[in-house]
Design a protein around this ligand. Structure first.
Ligand SMILES: [Zn+2]
Ligand SMILES: [Zn+2]
Length: 289
């Protein structure tokens, strides 16, 4: 019954997207001004970064990086331009200051992949700037249960509950309820540290898997605030929950900077769903009629 190919697609995707080697964010700052033809020690970090977030092919980010990878080739230029396009930066193919500023900003760990599926592209043009995961995996039910991992701080439960309520209310479709048994829950939410088995957390705030995997991990190394008001210097846990729940429901990243599905959020900022996110979820689940 439920064990169709679609069941395994998200698993394959999560394995693929989390298998890249780590990059060093500080090194990227030292590469300002580099462009095609440049050969610089540390350039492989830029390649690892772009591979990590879906702009360079996986095979160009092997675990054993050698100096040959410190060359700025045509492929890297194309990947950088496509990154700059996604972030509405000047698509010069040169690693300039604004591009570096965007890259070093803490962000979601999910790649900014583009769907190549024609049907999805049609839906996207119709709906919003939100992307879907390859194969558009979705839940085949509209009531989902969630559980918190062991030792999840009580203070952070209410912001996550509010984030679920927000998705329930705007979708007019999903309902969510908390359960206390992680093994039976559709969705599990926990804090993790460093490289914890499903991808490294370098520069990453949190990540979540596509349907129907149901895993959301927060990076415990950041300073988090429980809201509902913004706290200067701390990342708003609820805003990040709203974003990651979007992934749990099947949305990818959006190019709309004001949407919750934009890839990053600065500390001290509170953000909720906007029209782009709502149109995205409605398109994915065929709720537009
Ligand atoms: Zn994300
Ligand atoms: Zn994880």
């Amino acid at each position: 019954m439920a064990f169709s190919l679609i069941t395994f697609l998200p698993l394959l995707f999560i394995l693929f997207s989390f298998s890249n080697a780590m990059f060093n964010a500080d090194t990227i700052k030292t590469l300002q001004g580099c462009h095609k033809g440049t050969k610089l020690p540390g350039l492989h970090n830029l390649k690892l970064y772009l591979a990590r977030f879906g702009y360079l092919n996986h095979q160009h980010a092997p675990n054993n990086v050698n100096t040959g990878l410190d060359e700025f080739d045509q492929e890297l230029e194309a990947a950088l331009k496509s990154y700059q396009n996604f972030y509405h930066l000047n698509a010069s193919g040169t690693l300039d200051g604004p591009t570096i500023s965007q890259m070093v900003m803490p962000r979601c760990g999910q790649p900014d992949m583009k769907s190549s599926h024609k049907h999805e592209e049609k839906l996207l043009t119709f709906a919003s700037r939100c992307q879907f995961f390859p194969g558009s995996p979705r839940w085949d039910k509209n009531h989902l249960t969630y559980a918190f991992g062991l030792n999840f701080p009580n203070a952070f439960v209410p912001p996550v509950v509010r984030a679920f309520n927000e998705w329930a209310s705007v979708s007019g479709y999903f309902t969510f309820s908390r359960v206390y048994d992680e093994t039976s829950a559709d969705l599990t939410i926990s804090f993790k540290n460093g490289n914890h088995g499903d991808g490294d957390f370098t520069n990453v705030l949190a990540h979540a898997a596509a349907p129907t995997v149901g895993i959301l991990h927060y990076n415990a190394n950041w300073n988090w605030s429980a809201g509902p008001e913004a706290v200067p210097g701390a990342f708003d846990l609820e805003s990040v929950a709203v974003h990651e729940i979007g992934h749990l429901l099947g949305l990818g990243h959006s190019q709309d900077q004001n949407s919750a599905m934009w890839t990053s959020i600065p500390p001290g900022i509170v953000k909720g769903l906007n029209t782009d996110d709502i149109q995205g979820i409605r398109a994915l689940y065929g709720l537009n009629k």
